[in-house]
Design a protein around this ligand. Structure first.
Ligand SMILES: [Zn+2]
Length: 97
């Protein structure tokens, strides 16, 4: 099997895997707080070229399945909103009426 076929097969398996496959909630929490670093366009990541940035090996090595990754994106969005609210309140101060 060549590298491209192998890559496609791995992505397929990753996408078919569901949340039943374990990722500890601590790991998830950590990653939601810290965020993830994607490989850049110019990193020469072959996986990214074949599978795109949302399914490349860098993402797949962090999340056991695509569903976990989706969950992360949701939680990360929520987390950033909460954070922005806190910062806004700290900066502007709470309304004193
Ligand atoms: Zn990558």
């Amino acid at each position: 099997m060549n590298r491209i076929e192998e890559e496609k097969r791995e992505v397929e398996i990753w996408q078919r895997t569901d949340l039943k496959r374990e990722m500890s909630s601590e790991d998830m929490q950590k990653i939601v707080k810290s965020g993830i670093t994607r490989c850049s366009k110019d990193s020469g990541c072959l996986s990214r070229k074949i599978s795109g940035e949302d399914a490349c090996l860098c993402i797949r090595s962090l999340f056991p399945s695509e569903e976990h990754y989706g969950l992360y994106l949701e939680m990360r969005g929520w987390y950033l909103t909460q954070l922005a609210e806190k910062v806004a309140i700290a900066t502007i101060g709470e309304k004193d009426d």
